[in-house]
Design a protein. Sequence first.
Length: 459
Amino acid sequence: MSRKVALRPRASLARKVDYASELNVEQQEVVMHPGGPMLVLAGAGSGKTRTLVYRVARLIEDGVEPGSILLLTFTNRAAREMLERVATILGRDAGRVMGGTFHSVGNRLLRRFGDKLGYAPSYGILDREDAQDLMGTALTDLQPETPERRFPGAAVLCELYSLVINTGKPLGEALTARYPQFAAQQDVIQTVFKRYMERKRAAQVMDYDDLLLNWLLLMRRHAEVRAHLQGRFGHVLVDEYQDTNRLQADIVDTLLGGDRNLLVVGDDAQSIYGFRGADLGNILSFPDRYPGCPTFRLETNYRSLPPILALANASIACNQRQFPKELRAVREGGELPVQCAAPSPEAQAGFVAQRVLELLDEGVPLGEVAVLYRNHTHSLELEVELTRRGIPYEVRSGLRFFEQRHVKDVLAHLRFVVNPRDEVAFARLARLRPRLGQRLVARIWGAIAAAADPLRAVQ
């Protein structure tokens, strides 16, 4: 005889958040502010991420629909971790909050609305290597116009193109600032850029810059899409605002609806991506663009010791353009920072390796020792010296999974099957075949591009 079992309703794990005990006074002011445009100046180690997480949690707890919250972060991983922490704080799922980088959010929106700009939902995305390949092809088209003249290569052209798109600067101004030696070639470079854009459009692909530019164009050219997005995203939060460029700032300003519930978090003293086109003026001019917006300061530092903060505060005080702030340490003690000048890269590497050995003798595990450097070219001498002295090390960087050559080869096959007009994917496949010269590849591609059914033409 079967038994009937009555299932009890699942107990709710949701909890009431005690903001007063879980946040300091500075953080509480940000989290509990009712709305409107807000500028949060978050010093290093001041709990910026914690403040953003609790702000999102408070909005959801107060009944804001999660799907109406947009969280723009510097990396997709940061967005995922923040939303996981929101779920932990609330004791329930964070729902449909949209979080990610400008590029990833732009990609999601363009997959849905890109047809208004002439793109199919299946458009491809060029990584940096692919973009350089296509730029090189566009340059080859104009080779007769650039004989025996000093002319930038594909990598430099891609950098220039990205700078122009992200900063909104005219090509001539960008050339003068970065590559004055190529200023005389401005007209030809402009033509190369035009060919590059035409080839992208024909192949139904976008590069990373297009994901931002087309997102902005979508909102500016199509009022109904702009109205839809403004109605959907009632609360917009932007992390690392000091590192946004002109294009990203324009996206945020255009995206805001009538409620203008915008919170930007950043620190003008931590702006380090000017070489990529980041515009410090975005954060410095925020109070002017949003008159009457409150400015909050997070100045309590939980990370560093007093001597380090004293040095940081003294250095920041020299900045001519800044929001004044004074970081205060929670921790106590600490040794004074040391500045060492080395006569050569080799001497510097020797000094660092020797110091690592001294720390090891003092009982410090190698896993607790880190060496930071500006870029990978600076690591060569150090790696040689560490190897020579038998010091094991691990480089925490390198190629991402989808940037590895063999992975890109597989993806090129898949991309070409999905979109046989993807010229970059075809060019990569052609390089895998022996005895295929550039002229033959160009003829084959010409036949494919002209065919009504490209896949049948390949067969």
